[in-house]
Design a protein around this ligand. Structure first.
Ligand SMILES: O=C(CO)COP(=O)(O)O
Length: 130
């Protein structure tokens, strides 16, 4: 049986509206995924897209980015969509960098803006490698 694509979704505060709009636009495709999200992002997406199965970890500044990084290191995430705010300083900037670093180390598809996220969901088709 085909295993669901394990997708992590994260958005910084200034990008949350964009993430919710993205999730609504692709709700039917995302519904086939097993989604993990940071706390606030996950709550907003869940409210807008009731059909999605979302597991929420902690909020980013409280360790959520690190939790998702640990899932990547364990081989439990197939792709990351992280709408990053490039214009605001973040208290947890080191966590954000560490998460992106692990995405590179483990070579998972990692979209940091909507244009790339669209390519990921449309072209890659959210298919697992295994
Ligand atoms: O801060 C974040 C990512 O760095 C996101 O966390 P929240 O989804 O809890 O706002």
């Amino acid at each position: 049986m085909k295993q669901p694509f394990r997708l992590a979704l994260i958005a910084h505060d200034q990008k949350k509206d964009d993430m919710v709009a993205f999730a609504r636009a692709y709700e039917a495709l995302l519904a086939s995924c097993s989604i993990v999200a940071t706390g606030t992002t996950g709550g907003l997406i869940q409210g807008a897209c009731p059909s999605l199965q979302i597991t929420r970890v902690k909020s980013g500044p409280l360790g959520g980015d690190q939790q998702i990084g640990a899932l990547i290191a364990e081989g439990l995430i197939d792709g990351l969509i992280f709408f990053v705010d490039p214009l605001s300083p973040m208290p947890h900037d080191v966590d954000v960098k560490a998460l992106m670093r692990l995405g590179i180390v483990y070579d998972i598809p990692m979209a940091l803006n909507r244009a790339t996220a669209e390519v990921l969901v449309q072209k890659k088709g959210l298919l697992r490698a295994d």
